[in-house]
Design a protein around this ligand. Structure first.
Ligand SMILES: [Fe+2]
Ligand SMILES: [Fe+2]
Length: 315
């Protein structure tokens, strides 16, 4: 495997194209797990129409200029309002590790958790910034705004996660700028043909959803001594994780057999690249180090956290 980030990206694009050609030659690859099996096209189209209605119901009206969703405005206000009493945290230490995380240095678990939370959406925040205009022209052409709504949801995710810091009296207003390896990969998604962009986007959504699912296991452990804070952080992650399942469904319903075969190929490598970026998540034990083994957490409804399963659009 090549080592530099741009060479990795080129290598991935090359592998993906090779697989696409192979799969198109042999369309009957049926021994895949559900996540990698494409539904018939008419069923996928019907599911996408259902998702359109689901998003309108969940988010309310979209204001494209402001990139806001009417129903999300109320909840975001709640998250972004600092509590009357905040918890102690050494802000200078926090800022130092925020700027440059050193995985060899053990940190207090709450600080590690907060670092993970405020940084975990850096890739998606950067992706939204890079992809918005392209998505907008695609949406206008397709006369469908679900993908734009998804990008607006991502904007809320970033704000929801950054607002976790206000529980400690710390202000973090700007999303973390991802390191160059990830920026190159995201830039690749923004400019690559959809045959490459779709599986890469789907891989990103899967890894993100696994991280949020794992965070829902980690948070009660780290914050067991502060139930109010624990609940407010869990509430944030449930909201995001619920959306993320919808994003997986949306991208999956746009994916054909070849896209899903590409997805299977690139998922482990994408997870490996992202693990070098989300080191706080790895240190916290909330990163899907073996992504293929983690997939049942998304594919098996019994393993999806109940609060998420109840509201999420799963397809
Ligand atoms: Fe997100
Ligand atoms: Fe997402």
């Amino acid at each position: 495997m090549p080592d530099g980030p741009d060479r990795i990206y080129k290598w991935m694009a090359h592998m993906v194209q090779g697989t696409r050609a192979k799969v198109l030659e042999q369309p009957k690859e049926l021994d895949m797990r559900d996540l990698f099996t494409a539904a018939p096209k008419d069923l996928r189209e019907a599911t996408l129409r259902e998702y359109d209605s689901y998003l309108i119901e969940r988010d309310g009206d979209m204001n494209l200029e402001e990139r806001t969703l009417s129903k999300r405005e109320a909840t975001i206000k709640k998250h972004e309002t600092p509590p009357a009493v905040t918890r102690e945290m050494n802000e200078a230490e926090f800022r130092k590790h925020y700027a440059a995380f050193d995985k060899r240095k053990p940190l207090p678990p709450e600080m590690l958790l907060l670092l993970a939370l405020v940084k975990v959406n850096s890739a998606e925040a950067y992706g939204v910034a890079r992809n918005f205009e392209r998505t907008k022209s695609r949406a206008i052409k397709a006369k469908n705004d679900s993908e734009l709504r998804i990008l607006c949801e991502e904007g809320y995710h970033t704000r929801i996660l950054l607002s976790s810091a206000n529980r400690y009296g710390i202000e973090v207003n700007q999303p973390y700028r991802p390191p160059s390896a990830l920026r190159i990969m995201i830039g690749g998604i923004a400019t690559a043909p959809m045959a490459i962009a779709r599986p890469l986007t789907l891989a990103g959504e899967i890894i993100a959803t696994l991280m949020f699912t794992k965070l829902l296991e980690v948070v009660p452990r780290v914050l067991k001594h502060v139930p109010e804070l624990r609940d407010s952080i869990e509430e944030r992650i449930v909201e995001i994780c619920t959306d993320e399942h919808g994003h997986i469904s949306y991208n999956r319903m746009h994916a054909g057999a070849a896209d899903l075969a590409e997805l299977r190929l690139i998922l482990p490598l994408t997870a490996r690249i992202m693990s070098t970026v989300f080191q706080e998540m790895v240190a916290l034990g909330a990163y899907p180090v073996d992504v293929m083994q983690g997939l049942p957490l998304l594919a098996n409804p019994k393993l999806i956290p109940e609060l998420v399963r109840r509201e999420a659009f799963l397809a």
